[in-house]
Design a protein around this ligand. Structure first.
Ligand code: ASP
Length: 305
């Protein structure tokens, strides 16, 4: 079997052993395993890294344990507004969408934007219209809504401390296929109580998502405003290309910088040679890795693996 590697995340945050409810721990791990399985099946079938990251992210978008697709967080106005991006490291073609409300799988819409080729980032009602034009599955906006996410919004609006349990449940995947091509994808509902059309790092190429066969593919999660200012995913690629660091060392360096800027979160990354993994500065990050011919590994807390 040819060699490939798939790395995924389901968000970073203050998840601690014994504090995170058992059902969330187990559900999160099962969701990660299902995503690895879907992405791995695409690669085993000879699919590209791009196919694999899309397949893995779709599974997590459909899974209510994560803040992407179904189960996304609520905006201040009580809506679920979804952001996603995808990038092909070979051509550096990219597609992204922001603030969509009726597309079941935002990552697939991002891919349609990329394949259409005229634009890189579409937003709001126009992006949903493009989605319908491309024949993607549409859902009623309340498909995405979960009572627990609504409760978290209400708690924040009441001035409460949802922050103490804050988990950034954004999802992402990076992969290198048997041909040595890399790809990255990220999908999110953004931050609870986001307002004024706020857009985070996830759909911004170079900030939350980036892929370049000359360096590595990266997907980020965490305090988006800082990741934007650090141009985090591209910075990792730059450190690999010009700084001659390995992807995981480059990721560690950028996470340290983000910490110094007051940011929290994590990244996953993989290079064309299959070197890959993660770095994060939160107590936990939902994460997993699958290499061709090996068993999947998933983890949540910082003391694992
Ligand atoms: N980075 C995302 C954003 O700022 C949030 C997350 O990772 O959960 O929108």
């Amino acid at each position: 079997m040819s060699e490939w590697t798939l790395v995924i995340h389901g968000g970073s945050g203050s998840m601690r052993r014994g504090v995170l409810p058992e059902a969330e721990d187990e559900g999160g791990r099962a969701g990660l395993e299902a995503a690895l399985k879907a992405g791995g099946a695409a690669l085993d079938a000879g699919g590209s890294a791009l196919d694999a990251v899309e397949a893995a992210v779709r599974v997590m978008e459909d899974d209510p344990h994560f803040n992407a697709g179904r189960g996304a967080v609520f905006s201040w106005d009580g809506a679920n507004e979804l952001d996603a991006a995808i990038m092909d490291g070979t051509s550096r073609a990219a597609g992204a969408i922001s603030s969509v409300t009726t597309t079941r799988n935002p990552v697939s819409l991002a891919r349609k934007v990329m394949e259409d080729g005229r634009h890189v980032l579409l937003s709001g009602a126009g992006a949903d219209e493009f989605s319908r034009d491309k024949g993607l599955e549409q859902v009623e906006p309340d498909y995405f809504a979960l009572a627990e996410r609504r409760r978290q919004l209400d708690e924040i609006k009441a001035g409460g401390g949802f922050d103490s349990a804050m988990k950034y449940g954004t999802v992402g995947a990076v992969a290198v296929d048997a041909q040595g091509h890399v790809a990255a994808a990220t999908s999110t509902g953004g931050l609870t109580a986001k307002r004024w059309g706020r857009i985070g790092d996830s759909p911004l190429i170079g900030a939350g998502t980036y892929a370049d066969d000359r360096a590595c593919a990266t997907s980020c999660t965490g305090s988006g405003e800082i990741f934007i200012r650090a141009v985090a995913a591209h910075e990792i690629a730059a450190l690999v290309r010009f700084g001659k660091l390995g992807p995981v060392d480059a990721a560690g360096s950028v996470i340290a910088e983000i910490g110094a800027m007051g940011g929290k979160g994590g990244v996953i990354t993989v290079g064309p040679d299959g070197t890959g993994g993660w770095a994060f500065n939160t107590p936990g990050m939902y994460r997993g890795i699958l290499r061709s011919g090996e068993a999947p590994r998933v983890a949540i807390y910082d003391d694992e693996d």
